[in-house]
Design a protein around this ligand. Structure first.
Ligand code: C2O
Ligand code: CU
Ligand code: CU
Length: 429
């Protein structure tokens, strides 16, 4: 498990973006970056209330720290308009006021996000209210409550992690030849003989996972990006696109070994699980109900917007570039949408060429439809990132403010697409 950084008693969070070095496969070392460590960052525990953060940049190039999933004003959001120069620090004083959820943080410098996240500038945040015992949910970090960051990475023959996207890699998103879980190749999860909670983050640049267990045991989805569901949903398969999180419960009480895999069509191993009977078993049955509240926003929208995630050569000829939204590549100087604070909007998202994982900063949304049909069960909860193969309609209330100087982003979370221009920005006033 990543190191823990518990902010609950102090209300303070101190991170340093720093360079590191790691030999991932036992061979040659790779220069990496991380927060407070060589690669990735600690798992941060926060509770609602005041949170004074300080992020120091000990790297040689600008970084930022975007809290992906935090519902905080644009000036605290850590997007491309909030770079931290080398040697400098950034001190957002935030008020966390949202439902318990697994969210994350990562650098977000325009045109550098893919590379910076790839080499390690990302980590997980648990927003917790301390009531998981009452919910009947596992909560012992690293014992029955595992945080799992899935990332594919490309290694050369010497074992060095490389990032050298070709034109094709940008088109398809940069894919790796090894799978890392929490920065480790060949990891195994050792768990108690009971119910285990997995907090999954797809921290890959582009790879979409379709997770399942080799022995077909179900995954019981309890939370999506923005918080708990009203009740667990049993799934045989779980799709997880870049930027998405899911919390699932898995029953390991049979004591047998199980392997989490991906891609039923062309399966590969993600993470083997081993039961250690000596580990304390705290939860032995699945909860029937949870306390997630899914507000029905449909019908209260005051605005409908179309968001076309454009990719292809057509745009280039019209000067629009190959990666764009609504025909226009990202421009830091242009505000694409002005949203009224407190209002509800319906956004119709349309993907071109491939399925794009669509993300909006500063809000959580509900999915109204996917390709004209009711959303898939795993997309019925609160989301901030949604894989759109075709078309989807989402609805959100934009409660948090974002001024013109520090607008919110909306973009494809295939990081190569985002960096290439498949991003827009909006104010909320
Ligand atoms: Cu995960 Cu714009 O961010
Ligand atoms: Cu985000
Ligand atoms: Cu995309």
């Amino acid at each position: 498990m990543p190191a823990l950084l518990d902010t609950r008693s102090t209300g303070r969070l101190s991170l340093q973006a720093q360079s590191g070095s790691r030999s991932f496969l036992g061979g040659a070392a790779t220069p990496t970056a991380g927060f407070n460590q060589d690669y990735l960052g600690p798992t941060i525990i926060v509770k609602n209330g005041y949170l004074a953060a300080e992020v120091t940049n000990a790297l040689k190039s600008p970084v930022s720290t975007h809290w992906h999933g935090f519902l905080v004003p644009g000036e605290h959001d850590g997007g491309p308009h909030l770079p931290i120069a080398p040697g400098k620090s950034w001190q957002p004083e935030m008020h966390v006021a949202q439902d318990p959820a697994t969210v994350w943080y990562h650098s977000h410098i325009h045109e550098r996000t893919a590379e910076q996240v790839y080499f390690g500038l990302a980590g997980v945040i648990h927003i917790t209210d301390g009531d998981d015992d009452a919910r009947g949910l596992p909560s012992a970090y690293g014992v029955d409550d595992l945080t799992l960051v899935l990332q594919d990475r490309r290694f050369d023959d010497a074992g060095r992690m490389i990032y050298d996207p070709s034109m094709m890699d940008v088109m398809h998103g940069f894919a790796g030849n090894y799978l890392l879980v929490n920065g480790q190749a060949g990891a195994t999860a050792v768990v108690p003989q009971g119910i285990v909670r997995l907090r999954l983050l797809n921290g890959s640049n582009a790879r979409i996972y379709t997770l399942f267990f080799g022995d077909t045991r179900p995954m019981h989805l309890v939370a999506t990006d923005g918080g708990f569901l009203p009740a667990p949903i049993a799934l045989d398969r779980l799709s997880l696109a870049p930027g998405e999180r899911a919390e699932v419960l898995v029953d390991m009480s049979d004591g047998g070994a199980a392997v989490m895999m991906s891609d039923p069509a062309q399966p590969y191993g993600v993470l083997p699980f081993e039961v250690d009977p000596a580990l304390p078993v705290r939860i032995t049955r699945l909860p029937d109900k949870l306390d997630g509240v899914l507000e029905d926003l449909a019908g209260s929208e005051v605005q409908t917007r179309l968001v076309s995630l454009d990719m292809g050569m057509g745009g280039m000829m019209t000067g629009g570039g190959a990666f764009a939204i609504n025909g226009r590549p990202y421009d830091m100087e242009r505000i694409d949408f002005a949203v009224a604070q407190g209002s509800v909007e319906r956004w119709r998202i349309r993907s071109t060429m491939v399925a794009h994982p669509f993300h909006i900063h500063g809000v959580r949304f509900r999915v109204l439809s996917e390709n004209g049909a009711a959303p898939r069960p795993e997309n019925t909860g609160w989301k901030d990132t949604l894989l759109v193969p075709g078309e989807a309609e989402i609805i959100a209330r934009f409660d948090q403010p974002a001024r013109q100087e520090t607008p919110y982003m909306f973009h494809c979370h295939i990081l190569e697409h985002e960096d290439a221009g498949m991003m827009g920005q909006f104010t909320v006033t």
